[in-house]
Write a protein that binds this ligand. Structure first.
Ligand SMILES: Cc1cc2nc3c(=O)[nH]c(=O)nc-3n(C[C@H](O)[C@H](O)[C@H](O)COP(=O)(O)O)c2cc1C
Length: 190
C-alpha cells in the first residue's frame, strides 16, 4: 500500500474482532514503530505488549483509576468507549518514555523531554500506519494517563507511561473523520 493511501485509510477503531493477532505480525508493527526518527537516535520509546488476562487486568485497574471521571463526566460514554475498545482488542500496547541515565545528554531538560515526546509521537504514528498496511485496526489512547497512581502501581516501572494503542482486526469501518480546511491550519510566508 502506498504511504499516502495508508495515511488516508487509517481510522481510529473502537470495535474489534476477537481474532488473535499473530506474534510475528505484532513484531512487524513494532519494528515499523521503531524505525521512527529520534533526537540523536536515542530511541526513547519502550513498549509493553499486553494480551489475554493481563490486558483485562489493566482495564480493571484503569476503570478503577477513572471511576471519578466516569461518574462526573458529562459524556462518560467516551471513556466507556475507550475502555471497551481496550477490552475487545486482543492486544494493547503500552508506550513508555525511557527514564534517561543522568549522564546521557547531561540529564534530561524540559527541551529534551519535549523532543523525546515528539519522536514517540512519530513512533506511534509509524505503528498505526504499519497496522493499516497489515490489515489491522488501532486506537491511540491517552485516557490511560488519567488513571493515576493505581496504574503506576500496577505497572511498577521506572519509565513514564505516554500512551496506549489498542490493536486488532477491526469490527467496524468508520467513515473518514472531518479535518478543517488546510487554509485554516497553514500560513505561508515569503
Ligand atoms: C494523542 C492522542 C490521544 C488519543 N486518545 C484517545 C483516547 O483516549 N480515546 C479515544 O477513544 N480516542 C483517542 N484518540 C483518537 C482521536 O479521538 C482520533 O484520532 C480523532 O478523533 C480523529 O479520528 P481518526 O483517528 O479516525 O482520524 C487519541 C488520538 C491521539 C492522537
Amino acid at each position: 500500500m502506498e504511504t499516502l493511501e495508508a495515511i488516508r485509510a487509517r481510522r481510529s477503531i473502537r470495535r474489534f474482532r476477537s481474532d488473535p493477532v499473530p506474534r510475528d505480525v505484532i513484531n512487524r508493527v513494532l519494528e515499523a514503530a521503531c524505525m521512527a526518527p529520534s533526537p540523536k537516535n536515542t530511541q526513547p520509546w519502550r513498549f509493553l505488549v499486553l494480551e489475554g488476562s493481563k490486558r483485562l487486568e489493566l482495564v480493571t485497574v484503569m476503570r478503577h483509576g477513572l471511576r471519578e471521571r466516569l461518574a462526573t463526566r458529562s459524556s462518560p460514554h467516551d471513556l466507556e468507549n475507550t475502555l471497551r475498545a481496550m477490552e475487545e482488542a486482543p492486544v494493547v500496547l503500552l508506550v513508555f518514555m525511557e527514564e534517561a541515565e543522568p549522564s546521557s545528554r547531561n540529564g534530561l531538560g524540559e527541551q529534551d523531554r519535549v523532543a523525546d515526546i515528539q519522536s514517540i509521537g512519530a513512533c506511534i504514528q509509524n505503528l498505526l500506519l504499519a497496522a493499516v498496511n497489515l490489515g489491522l485496526g488501532t486506537l491511540w489512547i491517552c485516557d490511560v494517563l488519567d488513571a493515576g497512581d493505581a496504574m503506576q502501581r500496577f505497572l511498577n516501572r521506572p519509565d513514564q507511561l505516554v500512551a496506549a494503542v489498542a490493536l486488532g482486526y477491526a469490527a467496524e469501518s468508520p467513515p473518514e473523520r472531518p479535518r478543517r480546511p488546510l487554509a485554516q491550519s497553514v500560513n505561508w510566508a515569503g
